[in-house]
Design a binder for this molecule. Sequence first.
Ligand code: SF4
Length: 185
Amino acid sequence: METATGSTIAVAPKPEGIEGAGFFATSLDKVVGLARKNSIWPLPFATSCCGIEFMATMASHYDLARFGSERLSFSPRQADLLMVMGTIAKKMGPILRQVYEQMAEPRWVISVGACASSGGIFDTYSVLQGIDRIIPVDVYVPGCPPRPEQIIDGILKIQHLVETESTRRRDSPEYKAMLNKYGIE
Ligand code: SF4
């Protein structure tokens, strides 16, 4: 779309549907998915070096705002994407889990980097060997540290999940059973 000043702005494509003169019909799932996908509010849970890569991802060169995610939330209640970046000590585990539990559904989780995903090089008694031991994870971003392009790739994968997720998934017995496995009600 061209603006009055001549700059071009990317417009999200409309979902599949049936259109004619003066009307457009599609399913609720697709409209909700489109809106959610382009307005993800991340909560950065950054504890170490991978968090610095995230800062670069937010800055002007990589500009995460292009994906509708420039509004970071430091309150779990106003966030729908938990981004865990860095080494998570076992002492930090309960805090991470509390943050996850305070987020309202629907919520998604990205594990950024080797430390968050598997403990990374810190195979020690004090480091959690992957955040998926305490909370469910939707997308893993590999690397130590991952480059901003990889973090953006993780965001795009989350966007795909968000866009295609059924609005009923969170009420399904399978989803509840998955949370129950983590001891989350
Ligand atoms: S994965 Fe590497 S860069 Fe990221 S927090 Fe761990 S040690 Fe640091």
